[in-house]
Write a protein that binds this ligand. Sequence first.
Ligand code: SF4
Length: 333
Amino acid sequence: MSKPHIDLVNWYTRNKRDLAFRLNKDPYRIWISEIMAQQTQIDTLIPYYNRWMEQYPTLNDLFDAEEDDLYRLWEGLGYYSRVRNIQKAALQIKHEHDGIFPHSKERILQLSGIGDYTSAAIASICFDEKQAAIDGNVKRVMSRLFLLDETELKKEFTQIIKQKIETWMEDVSPGDLTQALMELGALICTKQAKCEICPLRDYCSARKSDVVKDYPKAAKQLVKQSEQIDVVLLINEKGQFALTLEHNDSLMQGYYRLPTLSQANITEYKKDVTLRHVFSHKIWDVKFHIAHINMSDDFKWVNYQESLELPIITLHRRWLKQKAAFIQSQDML
Ligand code: SF4
């Protein structure tokens, strides 16, 4: 008798994408890919992943990594606490686990920056532990397959799908099932579901009832707060510009940024442009200004070429790239 999970795993075996992190089941490689994949599309993360693995091909290589180097490799991926946590977790593995990646979900969960989903994903994929890894993709698939409404069921929703997946894991490889569910959610059971080519179409309640578009039921969206920020490109007499690590928000710690007007404490400046950066929970509208001043000890002064070696927050980097010719011309004045 055919069963949804067996058909799903068979489909995955035949159709899985040939992705860099599926090369083997090294937990280090899976861990980095899972952390990068949080809030990031697979196509976007692949070049970052490849650069990371070139620089730090094994867990051992990561133990002695320089913080700035890791931040630079991560620059542009966003959600920068992820890279800080990777470094903390690497040190935990080195000091508390004799340099060996822990082998069970329970112990993986103790590592910095690793939550329920990631620990279950690593434990099932790398060690075939029967642990359901439940992210947004998996929730979408399961809510459609069984017509489950998370907005009504709340916490019970996750318990129900966890139980179903872990029961399926009795019959198939837990690692294959985890990846098959992820792959189906990423390629077939997407927002615009491709039911006609789905291996679960004969089992799917939402498809049979013609309500696929209504699932998953949407939770109320939070209104994002917008923040106005004025920053300034301070250029000194040597043509260098100022960067700082000081700021009063908790975003992107360890990344350099241009100082704000109040940090610069100046009155004469020229406005350039306003650029917007949308985070998951807030919006920055950043006005960029330019001013010429004498050297001050409060900042790190760099020329354009030197700035390329430093981790710098994404929006500021974007503007600095636009102004590259102008900044470099200041050297020659
Ligand atoms: S049949 Fe359609 S809605 Fe159901 S699991 Fe497949 S893609 Fe998703």
